[in-house]
Design a protein around this ligand. Structure first.
Ligand code: G1P
Length: 170
């Protein structure tokens, strides 16, 4: 994922930009990214969407180490990509919406590999913590992890039940 973002460096040159992971589907009254854009003037730097996940699922996500937490905004002082339960600094997971400062490219340029031998966006974000403010935001709404079968099936049910034209028959 770090490499994929790095490939877009010329397009975003010098400006904050959004990253949307399409296998994370957000079902929200106000779109998740819009919620983040509204919050961004308070945080600047890097801002990621956050969901609190069960302890036994930390190894699926980037997990935040929390400095302060007002219930919505989390000031972050560290993060680990896909930690085991024992190594997870919290249960607050990064989920698929990011607003990133272009400073990230100074790290992605190094093409350093991390967890699973991949160039991890989480590692690049962690490496800029000393100079770029980093916050997580708990969004209002539901997220479906369509990268796994159950998440994909749950999303289909949720969206079908929410549609006036088919919900009754469904
Ligand atoms: C990616 C990121 C991870 C993040 C997750 C959210 O992992 O590397 O930090 O928590 O997306 O869905 P992937 O789902 O590509 O394994």
């Amino acid at each position: 994922m770090g490499h994929a973002v790095w490939c877009a460096r010329d397009l975003v040159a010098g400006e904050p930009f959004a990253v949307l992971l399409p296998d994370d589907l957000f079902h929200c009254k106000v779109p998740c990214l819009k919620q983040m854009v509204d919050e961004y003037p308070k945080t600047a730097g890097n801002l990621v969407a956050v969901e609190d996940v069960p302890q036994d699922q930390t190894s699926r996500y980037g997990i935040l180490s929390i400095a302060t937490d007002d219930g919505k905004l989390i000031r972050v002082n560290g993060m680990v990509e896909k930690p085991s339960i024992q190594d997870a600094p919290s249960c607050s997971a990064i989920v698929g919406r990011y607003i990133l400062s272009p400073e990230i490219f100074s790290e992605l340029d190094k093409q350093k590999t991390g967890a699973k031998g991949e160039i991890q966006l989480t590692d690049a974000m962690a490496a800029t913590l000393d100079r770029v403010p980093f916050h997580g935001m708990r969004f209002q709404g539901k997220r479906f992890d369509c990268g796994n079968k159950i998440g994909f099936l749950m999303a289909n049910i949720e969206y079908a039940l929410d549609r006036a034209d088919i919900s009754e028959e469904f």
